[in-house]
Structure formats: structure tokens, C-alpha cells
Design a protein around this ligand. Structure first.
Ligand code: CP
Ligand code: NVA
Length: 310
């Protein structure tokens, strides 16, 4: 594995190894023990879209590992407009040790990975958001002790976050019930590939158009914004189409009594989730956000560390 473009790039045992390292790094960080695994390494961070969590956790993460990040804002390099994706990759590989890229099309992050000799990490594309769901799975493992057989209800848009949940559930044996309004279902190829793999891992994937049915007896309720970055012109229509898909107190009551509520954030409070639920006792959204740091440090140490060893 040179790159991390999708959860599918990791085998189940590589994922276990990553989570073990993330747990160690988290414990060391909490005890104040230095862990400069990437001393002097540099990370180039290409962002075509805004970010709070991804940018800050990668910048803080590489700094805690002894390295340094360079943030390249949308207007700075204009991938594919000012120069080709290939030329961006061929230049960056001469100066930095790894690339994080947040792009509109998934092809851009794939093309960067194809042309760069250094590791490329997908920091969100229109198709997937692997770092987020790896942090979510790590968080769930911390809270539940296991992932196998945990019932997760994903309520909302069949978007990038949903796609990575499908891949992640299939790889870990999670029972995933996805509920989307008609017309907003996840990509058919992603669903088919995930269903096939879930058979082998002992997981199960169900697609529904009913949020209440998905939430019934769930261990986890997960949601994301109805309008993703790049879809802003559809926001008004989506607000209408997603009626009945809000994670509110009534939906939480259908889940198990100790159910966990998750959200990748940013949240559009009052749309896909109410304040009461986001700020309530079931919510673990800030634990997820914290774990972005620890899991991504494990990703960086694995990919960039291995590169120098090789
Ligand atoms: N969840 C997440 O990726 O947040 P940002 O868009 O703020 O990076
Ligand atoms: N689906 C959202 C996730 C943000 C972290 C988006 O792409 O905007």
C-alpha cells in the first residue's frame, strides 16, 4: 500500500494494525510522551474545498510526529487549471514526503497517486472520505470493544461519507442499514462491491428509504449534511427532499437505549440533526473529531515511515 485513497486499500489486518498504532499514539500523546516517528518529514496538503477537522488534524498530527505540513489553499495552486495534475504531482514529489489531497473529483486524487512516487492520502473526494470513516470505526471500537455485528444506521445522503461507511462496514463485519430519500441512494457499484465483501466478513448491508426502519434497535445512528461541498445550489431542494430524515429525539428513541449518535461534522444544526441530539447524552461527535488526529497520525507514520525505511 503506497497510498490511502479508499478504505478498500487496507486489508482487515492492516486496519487492525493501524488502529493498534493509533491507540498507542493516543496513549503516548495523553501521557505527554514524545513520539517523533517522522522527524524532519514534510507533508504537502492540497485543498480544493474548505476544511476544519482534516486540515487541523493533519497539520497538528505531522507536527506531533516531528514533521511539518504545508497547506496549499484552493486559490494557491489550482490543480488542473494553473497546471496539470501530473505536473503538480511530479513537482511535489521532489520536495515533500507525502501528499494529503481534498478534491472534487475522485479522479484527481487517483491521478495524483498515479504520478507521485510519494504516498497520497485522500482527505475527501466527491466519492469517498476514508480518513473520516477510519476514525469513526476506531472510535466505535473504543466504545463498543468490537465492530463485528454492531448495527449502524446511516441516515441521510448516499454521499462520500456513506460510500466509505459501506466499504468500512463490509471490511469489518458491521451490520449497516442505510436510509436515504428516493433519488439520493449511494452509488450502485459501491453498494454491489460492499455487499459482495460483506458476505465474506459476516457483515450485512441493507438499503432502505425509511429512516425509522433503519434506526430500529440500532447501536449507532450516523448522519451527515444533506448538502455536501460543491452542491450548494441544490440546498433548498434537498431540504425539502430530506424531510423525514432528520436525526431527532424521536428517532433516537427507536434505537437501543444506550445507542451512540455520530456525525462526521460540520453539522447543519436543525437540518440533518437537532441541537438536542447533537449536544445530548448519546452524542460522541467530538470523540470522533478527536480521533481523526490519532488515526491520521497512524496513517502518516505507516505510509511516510515505511517510505523512508524502504
Ligand atoms: N469531517 C471533516 O472532514 O471535516 P472538515 O470538512 O472540517 O475537514
Ligand atoms: N459529505 C460532506 C462531508 C464533509 C466532511 C461533504 O462532502 O461536504
Amino acid at each position: 500500500m503506497k497510498d490511502l485513497l479508499s478504505i478498500r486499500d487496507l486489508t482487515a489486518s492492516e486496519m487492525d494494525g493501524l488502529f493498534g498504532l493509533a491507540a498507542d499514539l493516543k496513549a503516548q500523546h495523553r501521557k505527554g510522551i514524545a513520539h517523533p516517528l517522522l522527524l524532519g518529514k514534510t507533508l504537502g496538503m492540497i485543498f480544493e474545498k474548505p476544511s476544519l477537522r482534516t486540515r487541523v488534524t493533519f497539520e497538528v498530527g505531522i507536527a506531533q510526529l516531528g514533521g511539518h505540513a504545508i497547506y496549499l489553499a484552493p486559490a494557491d495552486i489550482q490543480v488542473g487549471k494553473r497546471e496539470t495534475v501530473k505536473d503538480v504531482a511530479k513537482n511535489l514529489e521532489r520536495w515533500v514526503d507525502g501528499i494529503v489531497a481534498r478534491t472534487f473529483t475522485h479522479e484527481t486524487v487517483e491521478e495524483l497517486a498515479r504520478h507521485a512516487a510519494i504516498p497520497v492520502i485522500n482527505g475527501l473526494s466527491d466519492l469517498t472520505h476514508p480518513c473520516q470513516i477510519l476514525a469513526d470505526l476506531f472510535t466505535l471500537q473504543e466504545k463498543c470493544g468490537t465492530l463485528h455485528g454492531v448495527k449502524v444506521a446511516y441516515i441521510g445522503d448516499g454521499n462520500n461519507v456513506c460510500h466509505s461507511w459501506l466499504y468500512g462496514a463490509a471490511r469489518t463485519g458491521i451490520e449497516l442499514h442505510v436510509a436515504c430519500p428516493k433519488g439520493y441512494e449511494p452509488d450502485g457499484d459501491v453498494v454491489a462491491a460492499s455487499r459482495q465483501e460483506a458476505e465474506a466478513s459476516g457483515g450485512h448491508i441493507a438499503l432502505l428509504n425509511d429512516a425509522r426502519a433503519a434506526a430500529e434497535r440500532a447501536d449507532v445512528l450516523y448522519t451527515d449534511v444533506w448538502t455536501s461541498m460543491g452542491q450548494e445550489s441544490e440546498a433548498a431542494k434537498r431540504r425539502l427532499d430530506f424531510q423525514g430524515f432528520q436525526v431527532d429525539a424521536a428517532l433516537v428513541r427507536l434505537a437501543k437505549p444506550n445507542a451512540l449518535v455520530m456525525h462526521c461534522l460540520p453539522a447543519h444544526r436543525g437540518e440533518e440533526i437537532t441541537d438536542e441530539v447533537l449536544d445530548g447524552p448519546h452524542s460522541i461527535v467530538y470523540d470522533e473529531a478527536e480521533n481523526r488526529l490519532h488515526v491520521q497520525k497512524a496513517i502518516l507514520a505507516t505510509l511516510l515511515g515505511r517510505q523512508s525505511a524502504g
